[in-house]
Design a protein around this ligand. Structure first.
Ligand code: HSE
Length: 446
């Protein structure tokens, strides 16, 4: 067997430990598939660990480990956007290929990191950064390379999906389920990233760049989390044949008279039909539905978080790089000959298609309006919607549940958000309505 490939694993948390375990468990398979011996030579860890093979150097100086002559591939699993960025840039400068699961870092600084890697003729692989164990980056960059992607919709935060599933199925309180997700190693170091939708927005920024060949633009992703979702809305949605899921959408819009041309990037709770496959993706599972031409809809599903799933994606990248390292030119440098571009499209061909603002986005809506139980209330509300050109798809009025107040649930067909904002403002100003209107977006996924 030819020269061994030497790995540095920087960060030994849930994922780092998962990678060490995966290598120990599957080393024979890895060797048979790559034709190389694969050896962990260094681990970067703040404190010495006595459960690590004594032949592996435990290095608390991560910058030194990233540049070590004893390392071919640096696996960054530290997380965060400061030290992790320094370590990756240092590794690249020293000619190392990098594998990372760090979606926050890539979503925020990926344009700079990928350009730096290209200038140094090395690769930064990031399959584990999106949807855990689902090989969605490879699918979109390679298997769908002949398609024009029209839109994608995905459950891309395992913690959020786990919380929503447990709340709906077992009526468990939000905080309890979040604690369990943390114990299971699903949640981010700062779990507000999971429940406020930020983690999903990081991943969506990456998926959208690969889908449409646009630079990474995390700052333009519209982002809403799950903290405002109540059991009441979950139940009304179910009664109307829908389920609330936290989804990320990247949608290409042409200017066809109904709205502006550009790309919608948004993560938010969404009502989707109960019989949609995505509606039945539960627990920590992630799923990404891609609609492309001429292929049509394809769905990719699997565990979106956790040690084993994420380690699987990390090591798939390592295996790719082992193959790249197998093709070295006469100067002993790796060649880019069969390397897939970082963002799927060659850097000079990235497009400047605008990202649409929230007011320009088009979705259906679930509205929950609270009104006094007076004659004509429903007529007032529906007149406002009709004046705004908003088409009502379904309406549900419950009997007065507390003194003189009725919840009215309305589902609408897709409408430009600015129109919906105007209508909601008018509904809230009616003398007959009480409280703020609750709005949740709705998508038929057709
Ligand atoms: N906190 C993330 C999740 C981990 O729950 O999906 C995987 O990126």
């Amino acid at each position: 067997m030819s020269k061994s490939i030497k790995l540095a694993i920087l960060g030994l948390g849930t994922v780092g430990t998962g990678v060490v375990n995966l290598i120990n468990d599957n080393l024979d398979e890895l060797k048979r598939r790559s034709g190389r011996d694969i050896v962990i030579t260094e681990v970067g860890t703040r404190r010495q660990r006595d459960d690590i093979d004594p032949n592996i150097i435990q290095n608390s100086d991560l910058m030194a480990a990233a540049a070590s002559d004893n390392v071919d591939i640096v696996i960054e699993l530290i997380g965060g956007t400061t030290l992790a960025k320094d370590v990756i840039m240092h590794a690249i400068k020293n000619g190392k290929h990098v594998v990372t699961a760090n979606k926050a870092l890539l979503a925020e600084h990926g344009n700079e990191i990928f350009a730096f890697a290209e200038a140094h003729n090395v690769h930064v692989a990031y399959e584990a950064a999106v949807a855990g164990g689902i090989p969605i980056i490879k699918v979109m960059r390679e298997a769908l390379a002949a398609n024009r992607i029209e839109w994608l919709a995905g459950i891309i935060n395992g913690t959020g999906n786990f919380i929503m599933t447990e709340m709906r199925d077992k009526g468990r309180p939000f905080a309890d389920v979040l604690t369990e997700a943390q114990e299971l190693g699903y949640a981010e170091a700062d779990p507000t990233f999971d429940v406020e939708g930020i983690d999903a927005a990081h991943k969506l920024a990456l998926l959208a760049s690969i889908a449409f060949g646009i630079p990474l633009q995390f700052d333009k992703v519209y982002c809403e989390g799950i903290t405002g979702i109540t059991l009441q809305d979950v139940n009304y949605a179910e009664e109307l044949g829908y389920r609330i899921k936290h989804l990320g959408f990247a949608v290409r819009r042409e200017s066809d008279g109904s709205g502006d041309a550009g790309i919608e990037l948004r993560v938010h709770p969404t009502l989707i039909p109960q019989n949609a496959l995505l509606a039945n993706v539960n627990g920590v599972k992630n799923a990404v539905l891609v609609n492309s031409h001429p292929l049509g809809q394809t769905l990719y599903c699997g565990d979106g978080a956790g040690a084993g799933a994420t380690a699987s994606a990390v090591m798939a990248d390592v295996m790719d790089l082992v193959r790249v390292l197998g093709s070295i030119d006469s100067n002993n440098e790796s060649t880019n000959g069969h390397h897939v571009p970082h963002l799927a499209f060659i850097p000079e061909q990235l497009s400047d298609t605008p990202i649409l603002r929230a007011e320009q986005m088009i979705t259906g809506y679930y509205l929950r309006v609270h009104a006094h139980d007076n004659p004509g209330v429903l007529a007032d509300i529906t007149r406002i919607l009709s004046d705004a050109g908003i088409n009502i798809d379904a309406i549900l009025q419950k009997p007065a549940h507390k003194l003189g107040q009725v919840p009215v649930i309305i589902l609408t067909l897709p409408v430009v958000e600015s129109q919906m904002n105007i209508a909601i403002e008018k509904i809230e100003k009616l003398d007959t309505t009480t409280d703020k209107v609750v709005r949740i977006r709705l998508d038929e996924l057709a």
